[in-house]
Design a protein around this ligand. Structure first.
Ligand code: ADP
Ligand code: MG
Length: 590
């Protein structure tokens, strides 16, 4: 036994706990998943440390998580043989919310963020407040921890003495009266199976189980016929009349360690043996999300470098997705031969791919590679290239499923557009992933648009507008519609950027803004041209007069054959600002 120095809560910790309890977590079940995930992280850490120093494991080579419930005392104890915490770790990680507060400027801001984002599952991980979810069910908590480089310490929210640990952490939860259900084996078993089945370390429950056992019974004298209706269900061969020994099923209560998870990494299994449901559950528990992924790609790469990976598209984009202050994502988790190495590979994937979640397990990377030199490793570059390629394939495949792809596109279209600018080598595949609303279709690819183009149509027609409604009502669009042409609506400012750079043409056809000069039809003939010249001459006095009167605003006034019902339209020049750019500039000036 080690008497512990007591670390007490800072008062603010209580306030944060209340917010967590009231808003961040919808059900109190989550505490178990959070504590198991912390235990798993701690086990990953010690295993990683042991790669460079094998003596690290000597204090306890058995890497596991155990759960013991005690109905008598109303306690639940979760123990791991992970890295443990030093005195300073305990104080910094559990006793204060300094870490959480550092993420925001001031407590008030932090509180607001917590309240505003109460539905965002991302936030829990982001602020590192998972541990506090224990107070959903705990009246008080005792944490006993032993790190290899320090003595054993106890952190408690009340007073207690601790058991001796070789290494690792033990969390003793004194359950609130309304949470005593968590001493129930079956409840715990179900929860672990549901949320933690893919934890890569064994999770044992100290359980009292009733097992059925067949035992031989001494042969009895045949009884006289009896009209008793008492049935003996647990006697397997009750109607036997022979003198052979009878066997009987009896119930026996045994207490032992019960293994609750398979702890075989899902990515090491052949993809054909993993069910959709398993991918869903794995994604949720491994990447701590509330919904299964929209799409996934599980593969084994062979050749230049061997590795296994699963790429996921989360159901919702990450916090501040593609915004300048998007937090550095921990979206790639790297393993080397089943050992977790790091999830802090900064800028490993291009930024437009910051939305995907990946687990990679390399066979070739050296185990003792340091996180610093890892970044420069040439094998990692090959892995990166392959992951980008596989992601593009996965998205191309997703695009074949109209319903899912619409869902994807709604959340992630900016990724595709950023990708066109950021990863030029992916241009061919990425342009095929673009979708637009048009005068005749609500979600079309450029490829399909080209397929529908009229014979001799020389350009892909588009209009940029703040929204589809405005685009549709534009007078210049109506002429084209009247003549049977389809016009694409480009409603993202990013599209404007694309058509001037990476998307000037598609399949050899120039992209043409219908409100700018340069618009050509394939069906103009000499007669139309002659008529246009004739009309221009006829109306010259009017156009000259208009140009003079409107000289402050317009460059040119001309007769047009393009309008059908509107008498006039204002266009921008071929190289002038588009309407959306004009809006952008005037917004900046205003
Ligand atoms: P997070 O896991 O997101 O960092 P938590 O609130 O869940 O946030 O945990 C806070 C920190 O406390 C962890 O980062 C870790 O350093 C430490 N910790 C929690 N549980 C354990 C444990 N079982 N063993 C070792 N360290 C732990
Ligand atoms: Mg945690």
């Amino acid at each position: 036994k080690t008497s512990g120095e007591n670390f007490k809560f800072e008062t603010e910790v209580h306030r944060v706990m209340n917010i967590i309890i009231n808003s961040l977590y919808k059900t109190k079940d989550v505490f178990l998943r959070e504590l198991i995930s912390n235990a798993s992280d701690a086990l990953d850490k010690i295993r990683f440390l042991s790669l460079t120093n094998s003596t690290e494991l000597e204090s306890n080579p058995d890497l596991k998580i155990t759960i013991v419930a005690d109905k008598k005392t109303g306690t639940l104890t979760i123990t791991d043989t992970g890295v443990g915490m030093t005195k300073a770790n305990l104080r910094d990680n559990l006793g204060t919310i300094a870490k959480a507060r550092a993420a925001c400027s001031g407590t008030a801001d932090f509180m607001k963020k917590l309240e505003r984002n109460s539905t965002s599952s991302d936030l829990i991980g982001q602020f590192g407040v998972g541990f506090y979810s224990v107070f959903l069910v705990a009246e008080s908590v005792t944490v006993i921890s032993k790190h290899n480089s320090d003595a054993q310490y106890i952190w408690e929210s009340s007073s207690e003495n601790g058991n001796t640990l070789g290494r690792g952490t033990q969390i003793i939860i004194h359950l609130k009266p309304d949470s005593l259900e968590f001493t129930d084996d079956e409840r715990l078993r179900k929860l672990v199976r549901k949320h933690s089945q893919f934890i890569n370390f064994p999770i044992y429950l100290w359980s009292i189980r009733t097992i059925e056992e067949e035992v031989e019974e001494p042969v009895e004298e045949p009884k006289p016929e009896s009209d008793s209706d008492e049935t003996v269900e647990d006697v397997t061969d009750a109607d036997t009349t022979t003198a052979e020994p009878k066997t009987k099923t009896v119930e026996r209560r045994i207490a032992d360690w019960e293994l609750l998870n398979q702890h075989k990494p899902i990515w090491t299994r052949p993809p054909s043996s993993v069910t959709e449901e398993e991918y869903g559950e794995f994604y949720k528990s491994f990447f701590r999300d509330t919904l299964p992924a929209l799409a996934h790609s599980h593969f084994k790469a062979e050749g230049d470098t061997e590795f296994r990976a699963i790429i996921f598209v989360p159901p919702n984009p990450p916090y501040k997705f593609l915004q300048p202050d998007e937090p550095q994502g921990k979206n790639v988790r790297l393993f080397v031969r089943r050992v977790f190495i790091t999830d802090e590979l900064s800028n490993f994937l291009p930024r437009w791919l910051s939305f995907i979640r990946v687990v990679v397990d390399s066979d070739d990377l050296p185990l003792n590679v340091s996180r610093e030199t890892l970044q420069k490793n040439s094998l990692l570059k090959l892995i990166r290239k392959k992951l980008i390629g596989k992601t593009l394939d996965m998205l191309s495949k997703l695009a074949e499923n109209d319903e899912l792809y619409r869902k994807f596109y709604k959340s992630y279209r900016m990724a595709i557009k950023f990708g066109l600018v950021e990863t030029k080598s992916a241009h061919k595949k990425l342009v095929r992933l673009l979708r637009y609303e048009s005068t005749t279709h609500d979600f079309t690819s450029l490829e399909d648009y080209v397929g529908r183009m009229k014979k001799n149509q020389p350009q892909i027609y588009y209009i940029s507008a703040p929204d589809a409604e405005t685009a549709r009502n534009s007078p210049v669009v109506e002429t084209l519609v009247a003549r049977g042409y389809e016009v694409l609506f480009l409603v993202d400012p990013a599209d404007e950027h694309l058509v001037q750079g990476d998307l000037k043409t598609f399949m050899g056809k120039p992209m043409q803004h219908v409100g700018r000069t340069g618009l050509k039809f394939g069906d103009e003939d000499e007669k139309t041209a002659a008529r246009e010249t004739e009309l221009a001459t006829k109306f010259r006095p009017l156009t000259d007069w208009l140009r003079e009167k409107l000289s402050t605003w317009v460059d040119k006034v001309r007769v047009s054959m393009q309008l059908t019902t509107s008498p006039a339209a204002v266009l921008s020049g071929e190289h002038g600002l588009s309407p959306s750019q004009e809006r952008l500039y005037s917004a900046q000036l205003g």
